[in-house]
Design a protein around this ligand. Structure first.
Ligand SMILES: [Zn+2]
Length: 482
């Protein structure tokens, strides 16, 4: 019997923080069993030749929306399939009650098992969930969710108060499906942070955190009214002006102040602008010792509304927070380089073209991008801006793994870790099309872009799941209790 199930031979391993080492990597029973300079091919059942290629830890795509606009099971199958194209082996997906997703409310004790059942056996990557407590009863579930359900991260949407933008209504209660007397405001957020901080304190060996969508609702209402009064252009630029970076800055200030007051570890999600990044820096400086982590997305790094509007790309790029300007792209890349940004995620939400249409306000927000996680970081980061490969391994894998309770299992290439890895051809060049990405989504705001640096193979717990543009086996993803 062979000593190893799989041997990745002749490649260069890219370790977060450390950098590149020339080594072979052997896998047994789904975990990394050995790393050495010349492991014999005869010791392995199967050999994956990585000659001339880089071997990265599998990406942890920490911002995902399985089942937001389509059936959970369908999204689980098709959208994690797309993840493999981008070298993603773990997906952490947001879920909440209310409109979209399952269009219902109730205790997560009842709903989470349904979610897990819908996804089980269908996902091509490992997967976990962040949950959003929408009312006080769900906030009360936090200790049990952490202790029994393996959910160690939660979410609050700072703009879900007062009014519902997508339904063009001034009342968001129907959207949230919360009862009479249930406010969704800074009071709710404060209580939520107290509960998350208590759960974090009760678990000294791991991090329990709250993720925040930072846009300020009252200011959005004013700027939306102004855009509409000024001719109501149906463009991505108008959408950005209706939800300007100022709304992010104010929301980040509020969130960080409450995080400091309650001792709650927080994740500032999808910072879209230079102004938002500056607000995150200021929040950290004002609260030394507070655990404030920052996320940016591929689309806020790589897309701008000037180019998309000029190209007549339509509203496919509508997303919250909006796509900004080329200057914001560069400010975010500077934050990636200097360490202000902790990780990069896709915020993948499969949204079909017919749900976008040509009317700005009713168009559903969000789109997919998970298949571009390593490719865009390599093309726009490494090749174009000289971001070191080790830093890319941190941004895509090690940092989100550490933030969300996966240390010791995911995030780097270590003996004893899950054998999640990606063999990357740094010089492979492809033009992005929806077909290339193997997603269910029928359009792509990155369509037509030439991208350099693609996974040649993606390996999940020692099994080759994707190779040379094709998925190679049945879904093997498992639930990540964190
Ligand atoms: Zn999101």
């Amino acid at each position: 019997m062979a000593r190893y199930d799989l041997l990745v031979k002749n490649g260069t391993l890219v370790q977060p923080w450390t950098g590149e080492i020339r080594a072979d990597l052997a896998v047994r029973d789904g975990v990394v069993a050995a790393i050495g300079d010349d492991l014999p091919a005869s010791d392995a059942e199967e050999v994956l030749d990585a000659q001339g290629k880089m071997v990265f830890p599998g990406a942890v795509d920490a911002h995902f929306h399985l089942g937001i606009y389509r059936q959970l099971g369908v999204d689980a199958a098709e959208e994690t399939r797309s993840s493999l194209v981008g070298g993603v082996t773990s997906v952490l997906s947001y879920f909440r009650t209310g409109e979209h997703y399952l269009n219902r409310t109730g205790p997560y004790a009842d709903i989470l098992p349904e979610v897990l059942k819908a996804v089980e056996g269908r996902a091509h990557t490992d997967y976990g969930f962040h949950l959003a407590p929408m009312d006080t009863a769900q906030t009360g579930e936090i200790p049990a969710l952490v202790a029994d359900a393996g959910v160690s991260s939660f979410k609050y949407y700072m703009f879900y108060k007062g009014f519902n933008l997508s339904a063009d209504s001034r009342d968001a209660r129907g959207f949230r499906m919360t009862g009479e007397g249930e406010e969704y405001d800074l009071g709710h957020l404060y209580q939520l942070m107290e509960a998350v901080a208590a759960a974090d304190a009760a678990r000294p060996d791991g991090r329990v955190s709250l993720s925040l969508h930072c846009e300020q609702a009252e200011l959005m209402r004013l700027f939306i009214d102004r855009v509409r009064a000024a001719g109501d252009p149906q463009t991505l630029r108008a959408y950005s002006e209706a939800r300007p970076p100022l709304t992010e800055r104010v929301a980040i200030g509020e969130a960080a102040t409450l995080a400091h007051a309650t001792g709650c570890p927080v994740n500032l999600l999808h910072l879209s602008s230079g102004e938002a990044l500056d607000a995150a820096r200021a929040a950290r400086a004002a609260a030394p010792g507070a655990d404030i982590r920052a996320e940016v997305t591929l689309h806020h790094l790589c897309l701008d509304h000037e180019s998309l509007d000029a190209a007549g790309a339509g509203l496919g790029g509508k997303v919250n927070p909006p796509i900004r300007t080329p200057a914001d792209n560069e400010a975010l890349w500077a934050g990636v380089a200097d360490g202000t940004v902790d990780w990069v995620a896709s915020d993948h939400a499969c949204c079909m073209e017919e749900s976008k249409g040509d009317a700005l306000w009713p168009a559903l927000p969000g789109f997919g991008g998970t298949a571009l996680l390593y490719p865009l970081l390599l093309s726009e980061g490494y090749h174009r801006r000289r971001v070191p490969l080790r830093r890319i391994a941190e941004l895509a894998s090690a940092s989100p793994a550490a933030a969300y309770g996966l240390t010791g299992r995911k995030g780097s290439l270590m003996v004893g870790h899950d054998a999640d890895l990606v063999v990357v051809d740094l010089d492979a060049e492809h033009t992005v099309t929806p077909e290339l990405l193997l997603s269910g989504q029928d359009h792509c705001p990155f369509d037509g872009r030439t991208v350099r640096g693609w996974p040649a193979a993606t390996v999940l717990r020692g099994q080759i799941a994707y190779r040379d543009g094709e998925v190679t086996g049945a879904p093997q993803g498992r639930y990540l209790s964190r």
